[in-house]
Design a protein around this ligand. Sequence first.
Ligand SMILES: C[S@@+](CC[C@H](N)C(=O)[O-])C[C@H]1O[C@@H](n2cnc3c(N)ncnc32)[C@H](O)[C@@H]1O
Length: 232
Amino acid sequence: MPSHTIPPLADASALPTLSASAARNAHFWDRIARKYAADAIADTAGYEATLRRVQALLSVEQDVLEIGCGTGTTALRLAPFTRRLLATDFSAGMIAIAREKLAAQPTPQLSFSVADADAPGFGQGAYGVALAFNLLHLVTELDHALALGLQALRPGGLLISKTPCIAEMNPLVPYLALPLLRAIGKAPHVLCFTGEELQAAITRQGMEIVSVERHGTRGKDIRVFIVARKPA
Ligand SMILES: C[S@@+](CC[C@H](N)C(=O)[O-])C[C@H]1O[C@@H](n2cnc3c(N)ncnc32)[C@H](O)[C@@H]1O
């Protein structure tokens, strides 16, 4: 594991408080946070392959931002390979559990904060890498959220995302099952796009696609892993 001098953690108190609509959307995730934390990872081999791939792209010289970090499982694994990792999520329930895990596994590079991926406030050009795992299909407006992520990156910085592409699922899922589940409060709002449409949205922001991969080891893999670079 890399060893280095760790500078003070980022000032998470500078992040803006949630808007009323973000707080409403976050309520779904607050409700399921404990269950989400208890659920097993569906494809452990695929998850470990993604972690290895991301670790290889990180360095202990970089400040890293994670957006939509959930209960912090991935942040805890990746933080030792960064200079500092600020892991954020708009669900206070998710962040509370992430902080419990951090208390049980102290990791000096890591801090958690509540923040909305749909609102500005991550700082201009502050990060070498922005991570978004299982998030981009959940934001309110994809181009807007990507633009905010891009703003947070320094020139030459990397966006690394792994995203379920709902439009690659059986159409009964996006057009029947998800709307029904959403109507009874059992599913969040989701955006429906293919991996190619996600790549196109990233390219529209002026980012260069570095790599497009799939790491799944079980059945059809709808989660596209994309690395993209902000122009230097
Ligand atoms: C499917 S979970 C993924 C969590 C974690 N990244 C992982 O891979 O396990 C989606 C997470 O995104 C968060 N989220 C959804 N919309 C968000 C937004 N607009 N801003 C910040 N977080 C958001 C949810 O609260 C939830 O914790």
